[in-house]
Design a binder for this molecule. Structure first.
Ligand code: NAG
Length: 418
């Protein structure tokens, strides 16, 4: 009798203990952690990125005058070349020399003695694009670009005026907006000391011969839709970047581009695009294809949440500039890319990066992004990321990088008013 009783007591004690633990635990569960308040605002000077109007130096630029007999004709620049993806050299030059533009008023000087930088109006991409258009798009054709364009142009810069020699070309600036940057020109050694503005930034060692460490500034590309057709985004989106007429961004992920038959082992896009065409094309909410008419594409951009930007032959793709202009959060799949103005633009606040070894998990990764995080990125893109485009603040960021590159630290307020 007493033995049974003792066991019972022990059981009761153990049972009591277990119940106690459970009560304490459920108490913990029902007692949530206190809500975490957002941190208070801090002095803007302690914060990164800094507002675009905080210039690093006044960065006055002297623009060389190149005689018409040598220069690529204006009619070709503003005609044939305006449609090309290499149009950035034309756009940036036009902004610089247009007397009505903010860029001209802020930065350009006619007095070389007060200039910090010297701009060489070199339209090599336009020369070659025009040349290829006249020769059945034979990309190997050069139309004597070295003897007929590079040499006479550099002779003027080096021999007619003293400024190139004064700095050994180090404060001179020229644009190379094509995939292979300066390597199209056999005589590129003549202008190698200059700072190059390039549209491809690549950290991979295999292309180190094209991407000059600390001598290149990566700039945005031009796109046909935004910079040639000058599409009016406000026809599609509200001031806050939402689709008009109460429409939703009902396309989950968009990609239109080359090439439907890419294989996983291909060099092109390092095989990445094969997974888009072979698999994700069939997923719900994905709109993946090899091309669309301009206006159909614009209409879809306005309805898209995520824009896929997988590398092609190069890491950068011009389509990212259409995504950005339309407030579509870019999904960059290009390991090793250097985005334009990384020192001044918080790219990770408004893009999603997916590495090549995770592309097979793309759908899982994108669906794992909660609505609040998506909205955060979309808003950062609309309010901050969009400013980078050629049609917006690109020159301000270029001048900042020029100041840094030549160690000029003279902070200046640009009074942009935004
Ligand atoms: C600059 O240096 C080169 C090479 O030494 C020379 O040929 C050229 O005449 C010089 N330019 C000027 C303007 O003195």
């Amino acid at each position: 009798m007493t033995v049974i009783l003792r066991i019972n007591k022990r059981w009761i004690a153990i049972l009591g203990l277990i119940i106690g633990i459970l009560i304490i635990q459920s108490f913990n569960i029902s007692q949530p952690y206190p809500p975490v308040p957002p941190l208070p605002a801090i002095d803007i000077a302690q914060y990164w990125p800094s507002p675009v109007e905080d210039g690093h130096c006044d960065g006055k630029i002297f623009v060389y005058q190149i005689p018409d007999s040598i220069q690529v004709p204006k009619a070709v620049r503003d005609g044939r070349c305006h449609e090309s993806n290499y149009n950035s050299e034309v756009i940036l030059y036009n902004q610089l020399v247009d007397p009505d533009s903010t860029i001209h008023k802020l930065y350009v000087t006619q007095n070389p003695d007060e200039a910090s930088f010297f701009f060489i109006p070199f339209f090599g991409s336009c020369y070659l694009y025009h040349c290829w258009s006249l020769h059945g798009w034979d990309w190997d054709e050069r139309c004597d670009v070295d003897s007929r364009y590079v040499d006479p142009l550099m002779n003027i810069v080096i021999q007619d005026l003293p400024f190139w020699n004064a700095s050994q070309g180090k404060d001179h600036v020229m644009i190379h907006p094509m995939d292979k940057t300066f390597t199209y020109y056999d005589h590129n050694s003549r202008f190698q000391p200059a700072i190059f503005l390039t549209t491809v930034g690549d950290k991979r060692r295999i292309w180190a011969n094209r991407h000059r460490f600390q001598r290149d500034i990566v700039i945005p590309s031009a796109t046909r839709l935004i910079h040639h057709l000058n599409i009016d985004i406000s026809q599609y989106l509200t001031q806050d970047g939402h689709p008009k007429n109460g429409n939703k961004r009902d396309i989950f992920a968009l990609f239109h581009g080359c090439c439907g038959d890419v294989q996983p082992g291909d060099l092109y896009s390092n095989g990445i695009r094969s997974l888009l065409f072979q698999y994700f094309q069939h997923y719900r909410g994905y709109d993946i294809g090899t091309g669309l008419a301009d206006m159909d594409y614009a209409e879809k951009l306005a309805r898209t949440k995520y824009g896929l930007a997988p590398m092609g032959w190069t890491l950068d793709t011009t389509r990212i500039w259409e995504y950005i202009a339309f407030g579509v959060v870019p999904v960059v799949i290009a390991d090793g890319i250097i985005e334009p103005f990384e020192r001044d633009l918080d790219w990770d606040s408004f893009i999603v990066r997916v590495r090549r070894d995770e592309v097979h998990r793309l759908d899982e990764i994108l669906h794992g992004i909660d609505d609040v995080t998506y909205e955060y990125k979309r808003r950062k893109l609309w309010e901050h990321g969009r400013s980078v485009g050629l049609e917006k603040d690109a020159w301000h960021y270029i001048v900042r990088d020029l100041c840094r590159m030549n160690d000029i630290d003279r902070p200046v307020n640009l009074h942009l008013g935004y």
